[in-house]
Design a protein around this ligand. Structure first.
Ligand code: 15L
Length: 277
């Protein structure tokens, strides 16, 4: 029988694409889910799940929702590049509310971070978990803040957290960049299950990508939770390898189109932020 978490699991961002996929998968596994989002949940609720509409900016609502939960899967907030004023409430203040709730409940946070925390590294670079943050916009910056919030709450309060630096998790491999960053839905579901059930994790960063031979990323904390991706974008290489944008900035950096948004630099940014010597 599938292992089930001892305490209910709170999922923020339940109505988003990844949230809905997780609700289905975790619901089928028999987990007790408490779901929330700022917009209504569009699917039938699985047995054992409840949905409450809430804004991440409402700290009291988040505290109430987290009561009795052992894990918070934090997939809510702004999930694409937006002006700073739009990112601020959900992703900065909201993240704080999630961590305060986790501190009160002694819950673990599994955070949907993003490749846009490091999006200004060039595609030729192979990155490990401890590479420098090089956010490619306000959205990526908010995710880097989220990862650092996890670091703070672990060091100061012992709140465990796993930061999933997700590449592109979508049903299909849709271009050349996705050949490197693709995370299949099935691999993401297995990743979230291991991140929740692993007995003791401290604070971790895990690259959220399937087993893609063109991948940009290397070492991370996956061994601690016993996760290995099983899928790969490789079967789509011949179909997608030439599917590029034609925008040199987009094609140079790992963050792709996000790096190119409002890009106004004349020269490419240096490969290393602090070159040795
Ligand atoms: C992300 O972080 C976004 O949430 C997702 O919508 C994609 O744009 C993805 O990155 C990507 O880089 O393709």
């Amino acid at each position: 029988m599938a292992e089930i978490p001892a305490r209910p699991v709170l999922l923020t961002g339940a109505s988003g694409a990844l949230g809905r996929m997780l609700v289905k998968g975790l619901g089928e596994a028999g987990w007790t889910l408490r779901l929330t989002d700022i917009v209504p949940f569009p699917d039938p609720l699985p047995r054992g799940a409840s949905f409450t509409r809430a804004d991440l900016v409402d700290g009291m609502a988040i505290l109430r929702l987290a009561e009795g939960c052992g894990t918070i899967l934090h997939f809510g907030g702004v999930s694409v590049e937006r002006p700073f004023s739009e990112v601020l409430g959900p992703n900065i203040q909201g993240l704080y509310h999630v961590y305060e709730a986790a501190r009160r409940e002694r819950a673990r946070v599994v955070f949907a971070s993003s490749n846009h925390t490091i999006g200004f590294h060039e595609r030729s670079e192979k990155l490990d978990q401890d590479c420098q943050f090089r956010p490619d916009g306000y959205y990526g910056l908010s995710k880097a803040y989220g990862e650092l919030m996890g670091r703070l709450y672990w060091d100061k309060h012992g709140v465990e957290n796993i930061n999933l630096r997700i590449g592109g998790s979508r049903p299909k491999v849709d271009n050349a960049r996705t050949l490197a960053i693709w995370l299949s839905y099935a691999d993401l579901l297995r990743l979230v299950i291991r991140a929740t059930l692993a007995p003791s994790v401290g604070t971790l960063v895990i690259w959220g990508a399937s087993n893609n031979s063109r991948g940009f990323w290397g070492r991370d904390g996956r061994a601690v939770i016993g996760w290995q991706p099983q899928d790969s974008a490789d079967p789509f290489i011949s179909e997608q390898a030439r599917n590029v944008s034609g925008n040199p900035v987009e094609e140079r950096y790992q963050g792709g189109p996000y790096a190119a948004i409002e890009y106004s630099r004349r020269e490419p940014s240096p490969k290393a932020l602090f070159p040795a010597g």
